[in-house]
Write a protein of this length. Structure first.
Length: 238
């Protein structure tokens, strides 16, 4: 099984869903499969764990990283670089937009309305059922409604990112998969893929997971934790 994502792909999700980590690892996997990849950091709400923190290893893999101007790189300010609109207008193979969490963060997408007009874009909602507000179908639907209202765009796919950080077990992955599978059905949306931390992969029974699986090699970590090393021939979508 593989992904058929191309053009502009917008990654959204509530605070704590892990959407930025998913966006970074999706970019890495696409690049490892020989694709031309851009990723833009549009998270103007959360000052921590943003795509910009992984800009150096991403650039080393040949991924174009679109960030705020250097003088604003560590600011928590609503700055939208014109290069983002340019990437939307000419996305190449795949351009990934890491949008801010929940409805507040998604408002930046409304500023790109003109760029999105008549140009197809996918907006995928990352769901971690082990986080507050997304442990129920109703909660996930409320988050979706907030995002869609703020972004003036429709969510059209689900990404399952079930995890409890270092405490995650294969059982959590299986249960999380069943949750997002049922959620996608309730929303009438496709389940694009789920994720699992790379160290868990040897312990997972893939026959229990009927969708693509994106390995997560953590890049957005606290200062005292070392990010996973990235290389062009490391793990790919399985």
């Amino acid at each position: 099984m593989g992904l058929n994502l191309k053009g502009v792909v917008i990654i959204v999700g509530n605070y704590g869903s892990g959407k930025s980590e998913v966006a970074v690892n999706l970019a890495v996997n696409c690049r490892r499969n020989g694709r031309s990849v851009r990723i833009a950091d549009l998270d103007l709400v959360n000052p921590y764990f943003r795509t910009r923190e992984a800009r150096q290893p991403l650039a080393a893999l040949g991924i174009e990283v679109i960030l705020p101007p250097q003088r604003y790189l560590h600011a928590d300010l609503p700055i939208l670089d014109p290069a983002v609109a340019g990437a939307v207008l000419s996305p190449g193979d795949i351009t990934i937009l890491d949008a801010g969490g929940d409805g507040v963060g998604a408002t930046v997408l409304a500023a790109l309305a003109d760029a999105f007009r008549d140009r197809p874009a996918r907006m995928l909602q990352v769901v971690n059922p082990y986080r507050p507000f997304t442990e129920t179908v109703q909660g996930c639907q409320q988050i979706r409604a907030q995002i869609e209202s703020a972004a003036r765009m429709a969510v059209d796919g689900i990404i399952g990112n079930a995890n409890l950080m270092d405490e995650t077990t294969p059982g959590h992955i299986y249960d999380g998969y069943q949750f997002v599978r049922n959620l996608a059905a309730a929303m009438g949306l496709p389940l694009e893929f789920i994720t699992a931390a790379a160290p868990l992969l040897p312990h997972l029974d893939r026959s229990r997971l009927d969708c693509p699986l994106l390995p997560i090699e953590r890049q957005l970590v606290t200062p005292w934790v070392k990010a996973a090393p990235l290389g062009p021939k490391n793990l790919r979508l399985v």
